[in-house]
Design a protein around this ligand. Structure first.
Ligand code: COA
Length: 591
């Protein structure tokens, strides 16, 4: 089972940086941009003259800070045949037994019990939200569509990259298996959008701490990739028994509304649909959004619902009169569009997207070759343990276009493999563990990551870190150890500062557990059963399911789907290249 962690960031001018220069720049920019639109051949003229204008006005600005599409030379490169060397991905016969063992393990992870969890079974369970009776209440009594049906009505097609579906499934929140909200990335009218959709079958769509974390992660992805955000709001606000873990802190519930305002100021549109009863925090999300649709009879919004009004003032009032669709669209102005059905509401959202004036990537069909080796064989290459790891190039040859790889520093620091390849036509820099991260491997990684950053190429990390090296027992070993740590620190700094999208695919262990257990062994006075219990706990807590439930990653994917998912991420990340950096520094505020 492989974890997929997607985190991405691209350079962008921060709105505050540009604000003081906006008066000077805007007319010039518009003039040059119009010329550019008329005749794409003026691209270099446009870029150069803008750079000159900006350099005069903003001395620290470099040409590289422009939206990438203005400086791309991809069209010129496109005519050249991709001639990177082809990797030999055939499995050596001496490794066949390891391949077979890995294959058995991968199939077991998907189909049969491992740590009492089955991937397919768990996926099915979390997709049912709060269970059968809650689904009946939602659909029969409350006459609402289920969250996945809503998404189906909104999206252009079936393509939906769901984020962290296992979030919260094993956390001690009683009988609910999911975070009560679904997040993901899909397309509306050709525009990639991030979706945050409450699942009201899970405790009325109320927010648990993990639900807040999940929403914040979706917003972070939206910010980093400048993706339009769509909120389908059907939430009773905070899950009250856990309110102390939801309200006060910096990364708690209030951050969701803060982010909405910040994103709006960054010109990342915020659109909401009120498609259920929304109380307190559930009501803030659509109210802070730039444009909001409400569904008649189904949608309502209030800070406190009718029971609280009754308790506070003694007044009997219906949800409709207190905060229904008519009231908010005719009296309060808290929503902008009244829809008589859910279907109408989602059609309205699609129309709103058409008014965003978005620049979309040109309709280009990227030509690419499939890998020369079958993706199904990745099941036999996903290591069941670190000692079952086969050469990383066997995996690479099943992921990249035509199995072609332009390796960088092939003979140096060979426990890290670095180089360039294409994934469904997208150029990507690859940094892949192939053993311990030694001193030389770290320096090589650091160099390569900086190259990618310099060239604005997204980086794909294939992570399979070795168990901790034994503690040094001599002075010379200690010196080696220190040097290795220094080189690793240099690589860490290079990775942290690389201003390009980064995708991490965990293909094996993020180890530490074996040496951790042995270190405890020294101090441990417990008996065998205690050690066994400790080992079981470590095994369980090292599993992909455990990390995914806590949102340490963005989801678990099957090895054979890796290429598809990574290529999809690369496509989504590309959308922001076609937007102009924001020149605005204030959000749309609803009065
Ligand atoms: N905190 C904790 N649990 C809540 C909750 C909240 N704020 N709101 C609802 N629930 C639970 C209910 O106890 C019920 O649990 P159960 O399935 O174990 O019985 C479940 O969510 C569904 O609630 P129910 O009222 O039966 O469903 P509904 O569809 O008729 O109404 C709401 C859903 C959210 C509209 C309604 O429950 C409500 O108004 N809740 C109060 C919201 C509130 O005051 N929030 C303030 C937050 S600061």
């Amino acid at each position: 089972m492989w974890n997929n962690i997607t985190s991405c960031s691209l350079w962008r001018l921060s709105p505050s940086f540009m604000s003081s220069r906006i008066q000077t720049l805007t007319p010039l920019f518009i003039r040059h941009y119009k010329d550019f639109c008329k005749n794409r051949q003026t691209i270099w003229t446009l870029r150069n003259s803008l750079c000159q204008v900006l350099k005069k006005t903003v001395p620290t600005l470099t040409c590289n800070m422009f939206p990438h599409c203005f400086v791309s030379n991809k069209a010129r490169y496109g005519q050249y045949k991709k001639t990177f060397p082809v990797l030999d991905g055939s499995i050596p016969s001496v490794c066949e037994h390891v391949f077979e063992e890995n294959l058995r393990n991968s199939e077991a992870c998907i189909q049969s019990f491992v740590f009492e969890i089955r991937y397919s079974e768990l996926l099915c369970k979390v997709s049912k939200g709060g269970g059968e009776s809650a689904i009946l209440r939602h659909t029969q009594r409350n006459k609402k569509l289920l969250v996945r049906e809503r998404l189906r009505m909104l999206l252009d097609d079936e393509t939906f990259l769901e984020l962290s579906p296992f979030a919260g499934f094993d956390l001690p929140y009683g009988d609910v298996p999911a975070a009560g909200c679904l997040t993901g990335i899909g397309k509306i009218c050709g525009v990639w959008c991030v979706f945050v959709a409450n699942d009201a079958t899970v405790k009325g769509g109320t927010a648990y701490p993990i639900s807040v974390k999940k929403q914040l992660r979706a917003q972070q992805i939206a910010i980093q990739n400048r993706l339009l955000s769509i909120y389908l709001v059907d939430s009773g606000g905070a899950f009250l028994p856990l309110q102390a873990e939801l309200f006060p802190d910096q990364s708690h519930g209030g951050r969701v509304f803060y982010n909405e305002a910040i994103m709006s100021a960054m010109k990342i549109p915020q659109v909401a649909v009120v498609c259920g009863s929304c109380t307190a925090g559930g009501a803030y999300v659509p109210t802070v959004a730039e444009e909001t649709v409400i569904v008649d009879k189904i949608g309502s919004m209030f800070l406190a619902g009718p029971p609280l009004v009754k308790a506070a003032t003694g007044e009997d009032i219906s949800p409709e009169d207190l905060g229904g669709a008519s009231m908010h669209s005719k009296v309060s102005g808290c929503v902008d569009h009244f829809a008589s059905s859910e279907k109408e509401a989602y059609e309205c959202v699609r129309n709103i997207v058409l008014t965003l004036n978005y620049e979309l990537p040109p309709e280009e069909t990227l030509e690419y070759d499939d890998p020369l080796y079958s993706a199904e064989e990745l099941l036999g290459l996903a290591p069941r343990g670190y000692s079952y790891t086969l050469h990383i190039k066997l995996i690479l040859s099943r992921l990249i276009d035509g199995s072609r790889f332009q390796e960088f520093k092939a003979e140096y620091g060979t426990t890290l493999v670095t180089g360039f390849a294409h994934m469904e036509g997208h150029l990507v820099g690859i940094v892949a563990n192939n053993g311990q991260l030694t001193h030389d491997a770290s320096l090589k990684g650091s160099h390569f990551v900086q190259l990618c950053s310099q060239r604005s190429i997204p980086i794909l990390f294939l992570q399979n870190t070795a168990p901790h090296a034994p503690e040094p027992t001599s002075l010379s070993q200690a010196e080696d150890h220190t040097n290795r740590l220094k080189a690793q620190a240099s690589m860490m700094a290079a990775v942290a500062c690389a201003a390009v999208p980064k995708i991490t695919l965990v293909i094996g262990g993020c180890y530490g557990n074996e040496s951790y257990a042995m270190a405890r062994d020294d101090d441990c006075t417990g008996d065998d059963s205690e050690l066994k219990h400790l080992k079981e706990k470590l095994d369980e807590e090292s599993s992909a399911f455990h990390s995914s439930a806590r949102l340490w990653d963005d989801g678990i994917i099957l090895p054979q789907n890796s290429r598809k998912v990574i290529a999809q991420c690369l496509t989504i990340m590309k959308q922001q290249k076609y937007q102009i950096a924001s020149l605005q520094h204030y959000p749309v505020i609803r009065l």
